[in-house]
Design a binder for this molecule. Structure first.
Ligand code: KG4
Length: 333
């Protein structure tokens, strides 16, 4: 079954064609990051307008690159929540029109379910149940994935997402948006014990996380140093900050896996590209005897293939959208 899938929840316009949930026929992505970089973050209206400009061009390119005819498309899928509402609306409306024109079913996909499903594309042997840590620019959550379409959030950030914390830290250090990769690069060879940052614990909710205190601690440290004219150890700061994020994510995930009885751990989302977090997960999984699945770098960030992958399992479960499908800024998984 070939699914034409759309993703437009933030600043990537992406169109993919995926076969049977596991095989990418094409994965076209246009990142708007450079357009937003001058503002130091995503400007929602610019994002929406840019999706409008790119989406039909990418859809055409996807069909050509997959080498299939339009008649071979069996369904259309779209990421319909959560995200920047104006941006999500572009994908939803375009996908509805495609489904109508092609006379095929329309499948709505939750964006975070899509991030989790990116791992199905990379690991043919991976099947639920498993525990997943989804870490992206807008969301940070621990998900109990009982089945392909049966999942529950067991913990999440109470404030900022991990990716947002990377982006704000990068901004205060004068690094470009999106800041995760530049921080990752800056931290290489840095001393991770150079600065001590807080790791938050939420009283009574051991699986919940919080990153706003860490973000504020970094901002205060940088501003104080600037006011006093002190030189900062930038590599040490990036390494110490990344260690604090990783120490907030990895032990908590291991604890949840142990308590829920999972031996399979999946990591998903843009922040899963971080080299330190990947290394810490690899070491912790080995130490605990768990199987670890982390997407290859190109499938960590937003892409259309992950939506096509999840859409296949949503289709099998009977999920269909009517022509009145809407977009949503927030939604339970
Ligand atoms: O999953 P994603 O592409 O978009 C959302 O669905 O939000 O994630 C984007 C986030 C950004 O905050 C970006 O800075 C972060 O992923 N990111 C990283 C790295 N590469 C991207 N964070 C840490 N280390 C990286 N190497």
């Amino acid at each position: 079954m070939k699914i034409l899938a759309f993703e437009s929840t933030c600043d990537e316009t992406a169109v993919a064609i995926v076969e049977d949930g596991r095989k990418i026929l094409t994965d076209q992505i246009f990142s708007q990051a450079q357009l937003h970089a001058v503002y130091g973050g995503v400007v929602p209206e610019i994002a929406s307008r840019c999706h409008v400009e790119s989406i039909s061009i990418l859809a055409q390119k996807a069909i050509e690159a997959a080498g299939i005819s339009r008649k071979e498309i069996d369904a259309v899928a779209v990421s319909y929540a959560p995200g920047l509402i104006g941006a999500v609306l572009v994908g939803v409306n375009f996908a509805k029109a495609c489904a109508l024109a092609l006379n095929v079913p329309l499948i709505p996909v939750h964006h975070i379910r899509g991030h989790i499903a990116a791992n199905y594309l990379a690991y043919p042997e991976l099947e639920p149940p498993f525990l997943c840590l989804a870490i992206s620019g807008g969301n940070t959550m621990l998900v109990d994935v009982r089945g392909y379409t049966d999942m529950e959030i067991i913990g999440c950030t109470r404030d900022d997402a991990a990716g947002e914390c990377f982006d704000k830290t990068a901004r205060v250090l004068g690094l470009p948006y999106p800041g995760g990769k530049p921080i990752d690069q800056l931290s290489q060879g840095g001393d991770d014990s150079r600065y001590v940052f807080p790791i938050a614990h939420v009283e009574g909710s051991p699986y919940d996380m919080s990153f706003s205190g860490l973000k504020t601690a970094v901002i205060n440290l940088v501003h104080n140093a600037q006011q006093k004219g002190e030189e900062l150890d930038r590599a040490g700061l990036a390494a110490s900050f990344t260690k604090a994020v990783s120490d907030s994510l990895v032990p908590r995930t291991m604890m949840a896996a142990k308590e829920l009885g999972y031996h399979k751990i999946v990591v998903a989302g843009g922040v899963a590209a971080n080299s330190r977090i990947r290394a810490d997960f690899t070491a912790a999984a080995k130490e605990n005897g768990y199987q670890l699945f982390v997407p290859p770098l190109k499938l960590c960030g937003d892409n259309g293939a992950m939506i096509g992958a999840q859409a296949y399992y949503e289709y099998l479960a009977g999920t269909r959208a009517g022509s009145d499908l809407n977009a949503y800024a927030t939604m339970e998984i």
